[in-house]
Design a protein around this ligand. Structure first.
Ligand code: UD1
Length: 357
């Protein structure tokens, strides 16, 4: 059986790594890893391959950044000949980035089977490009691997046959469980005392100048009480430069370059709270038991709110400040473990792919 895995952007890498590993030694399985090149900076891509101990991609399509239509089209045009040439038995796609949807669309037209890892998540907000990618990818997939029961319900509501849906758990947590023991050595010696860890990259937060300015000023304010550590995504760095706000960075509000996987995980594990608009970080902070304030109106990962540490803040700075004060006062949400977020999701995917389940 020939399986092609498609990755393209930073959050794909930690999801694909455990699935590649789970299938690596299966008899009769040949694997090809295709990187679309959606993310290309060394600190957004190469360093993740090293730290996650992933095989180097067999192919890099080198698509780079552009508008949604141009980037999606470039991925499709680059990936189609790969599929035509190699005729894999199955293509596995991950998460909700443009590379995920573009690869699924190519395969569906060539009648190649597609498996979607992290299927069924829905924010019900079609202004998010990721929601469009999720909807389309799921409609086109033959195997849908879901991280939580809410995802199964979403898929069934959209008319997807239950036989195609496999509740396997969260592959991102597989990677976290494997690599957490390696984080201790990555702790920053200069971070003494409590700190808040921040990430922001969604267009809804960073492409709106007045809102981004208000958020950064709120973070500067917070940095009078606790240090604020903010590894800045390239998209966000550009916007901060456009607004002329780099000067806010100082010893207490630290605007840093993006962090490699282990370094970021170590920062998360040691944080008093996480303030983010990322999807994956809502999940990781829940697993680690670190309070998470999400700067979004909605989440496609509702179990992180119902069972985990996540609180949705929306676009409300007074609410953000209230929740920060609560956490600093030690008022922490009660949480319960999420079923199947146990470090073995990729093994369950391998069983399904190999027809053993
Ligand atoms: C993409 C995903 C998003 C995911 C995020 C994680 C889509 C629609 N969005 O958003 O779901 O949460 O990745 O990071 O697929 N850039 C660089 N170097 C890089 C990559 C990007 O400088 O290696 C800059 C470019 O200016 C580019 C911008 O970041 O235009 C945005 O990159 P893009 O891949 O289009 O989207 P992300 O915001 O990273």
């Amino acid at each position: 059986m020939h399986i092609v895995h498609v990755v393209g952007a930073r959050p794909n890498f930690m999801k694909a790594a455990p699935v590649l590993a789970a299938l690596a030694n299966a008899a009769g399985v040949q694997q090809t890893l295709v990187h679309t090149g959606q993310h290309y900076d060394a600190n957004m891509s190469d360093v993740f391959f090293q730290q996650l101990e992933m095989p180097a991609p067999d192919l890099n399509l080198g698509v780079g950044s552009d508008s949604h239509a141009v980037q999606t089209a470039a991925i499709m045009a680059g990936f189609e000949p790969v599929v035509m040439d190699r005729r894999p038995d199955l293509v596995l796609v991950y998460g909700d980035v443009n590379s995920t949807m573009a690869a699924a669309l190519v395969c569906s037209k060539l009648q190649i089977r597609v498996g979607h890892v992290e299927a069924g998540l829905r924010s019900h907000d079609r202004t998010m490009p990721e929601e469009i990618n999720r909807l389309i990818t799921d409609q086109l997939s033959d195997l849908l691997f879901t991280p939580s029961a809410d995802a199964d319900e979403n898929l069934q509501r959209e008319g997807i046959k239950p036989a195609r849906i496999h509740l396997v758990g969260n592959v991102m947590i597989d990677t976290l469980v494997r690599l957490l023991p390696r984080c201790a050595e990555r702790r920053s010696a200069d971070l003494i005392g409590p700190y808040a860890l921040v990430t922001l990259h969604r267009p809804s937060n960073v492409d709106d100048g007045p809102w981004l300015r208000a958020l950064l000023l709120a973070l500067a304010d917070l940095s009078h009480d606790v240090d604020v550590v903010f590894p800045v995504h390239p998209r966000t760095r550009q916007r901060i430069a456009d607004l002329g706000l780099q000067a806010l960075s100082d010893g207490h509000l630290r605007l840093l370059d993006p962090k490699p996987y282990l370094d970021f995980l170590a920062l998360q594990q040691g944080a008093a709270m996480v303030i983010t608009d990322s999807g994956g970080i809502q999940e990781e902070s829940t697993f680690l038991g670190i309070p998470c304030l999400t700067l979004r109106q909605n989440t496609e990962r509702p179990v992180t709110v119902s069972l985990g540490t996540n609180v949705l803040i929306g676009r409300d700075i007074p609410r953000l400040q209230t929740e920060i004060r609560r956490i600093l006062a030690g008022e922490i949400k009660k949480t319960s473990p999420i079923p199947l977020w146990d470090g073995h999701a990729a093994e369950r995917i391998a069983q399904v792919v190999l027809g053993r389940e």
